[in-house]
Write a protein that binds this ligand. Structure first.
Ligand code: HMG
Ligand code: MG
Length: 306
């Protein structure tokens, strides 16, 4: 079975980093991910530079990579919150956009300065405008705090379902069930997915698990059992939302690749090449390796070399 990896390291992985990362360093990171066989990458975000200064170079980054890599069959996305973000995406000729909302007004206000209803209202203008300009375009929407919110606490699955349905009614292509805080366990994942799959089909859904409690790969395993085949991950396990206190990095791409290949599922990404690409960016950031598959792979190389 083919399992799709959506690499979010260049966006979710870097958005919370305080140290200024030069544009060229980000571009090299993405070039290396492309060389490693990753087929789908969220490149950056068109959010307010006042809110996320680290990604204020999104336009230049995307223009550079689009020109350089347009011949390759890679799906590039970028995150955006509003009409201004859409205008920037259209100027860059981006044909895949990722919007984001949440189950909780408290989180929505902290992250976007709007309520959930206001966000969905804005999507009602953004999505048709995007489709008009890019008829073959593709729209994914993250549903943050699908399980728990740092401000409102645990979220009832029926509430997550209700907002999911409202999002599907907007004609989106991909709903991203997101464990922003990285707190969910497999039983919660199946409880939520089972009720969502009563009204939506598995190919319309991706999962985005942060790995705060080390449960992300177990959650992937459970979601695969329920027919989900698209998962977000971040090279080296970098990541976290600046407006979600307590959230840590995403599921590491290396863990996901190891799991997919070891289970006999298919994805062309190379563990070796992702592990070396993320080592480079971790070294630049002065961060230790936290991903077990990356560490095991790099240690096995050292053992062989010795
Ligand atoms: P606001 O301050 O209410 O907006 O922010 P505003 O309309 O008053 O604008 C303020 C300034 O920002 C203005 O500039 C606008 O022009 C500018 P000024 O006139 O003061 O010079 N502005 C923009 N500039 C560039 N691009 C734009 C844009 N929009 C406004 N698109 C806003 C509202 C939504 C913009 C802000 O709250 C925002 O950018 N929020 C994004 C925060 C963010 O990026 N969070 C992390 C991503 S979400 C996440 O990580 C979760 C996820 O991974 C899934 C999961 O794990 O759950 C996806
Ligand atoms: Mg995230």
């Amino acid at each position: 079975m083919q399992v799709q990896i959506i690499e979010v390291g260049p966006r979710d992985g870097l958005q919370n980093e305080k140290r200024n990362i030069p544009l060229e360093t980000k571009i090299n990171f993405i070039r290396n991910l492309v060389k490693s066989g990753i087929q789908e990458i969220e490149l950056s975000s068109f959010v307010s530079p006042k809110w996320v200064p680290q990604l204020s170079d999104a336009d230049e980054l995307i223009n550079t990579l689009y020109n350089e890599l347009k011949e390759k069959d890679i799906k590039f996305h970028a995150l955006l919150p509003n009409r201004k973000g859409l205008d920037r995406a259209l100027k860059c000729n981006l044909n895949r956009i990722a919007l984001f909302t949440t189950t909780s007004d408290e989180f929505s206000k902290k992250n976007m300065n709007t309520t959930v209803d206001e966000t969905i209202q804005e999507f009602k203008e953004i999505i048709p405008e995007f489709r008009k300009n890019v008829p073959q375009g593709w729209v994914r929407v993250y549903l943050s705090t699908s399980f728990e919110c740092p401000y409102a606490g645990k979220i009832d699955p029926t509430k997550t379902l209700e907002i999911s349905k409202r999002l599907f009614d907007l004609g989106i292509d991909d709903l991203v069930i997101s464990d922003t805080l990285g707190v969910a366990v497999p039983d919660e994942v199946s409880r939520l997915l089972e009720i969502i799959l009563t009204t939506m089909v598995s190919k319309q859904i991706s999962c985005h698990f942060h790995d705060t409690y080390g449960m992300a790969i177990a959650n992937v395993a459970r979601a695969i059992k329920l027919g989900i085949t698209r998962f977000d991950s971040s090279a080296g396990g970098l990541g976290g939302c600046p407006y979600a206190p307590g959230a840590s990095g995403n599921l590491a791409t290396e863990d996901l690749i190891y799991y997919i290949h070891r289970c006999g599922h298919k994805n062309p990404a190379s563990l070796k090449q992702v592990a070396t690409s993320s080592k480079e960016i971790l070294d630049f950031l002065g961060k230790p390796i936290v991903c077990k598959a990356q560490s095991a792979y790099l240690n096995s190389c050292n053992t062989k070399a010795a």
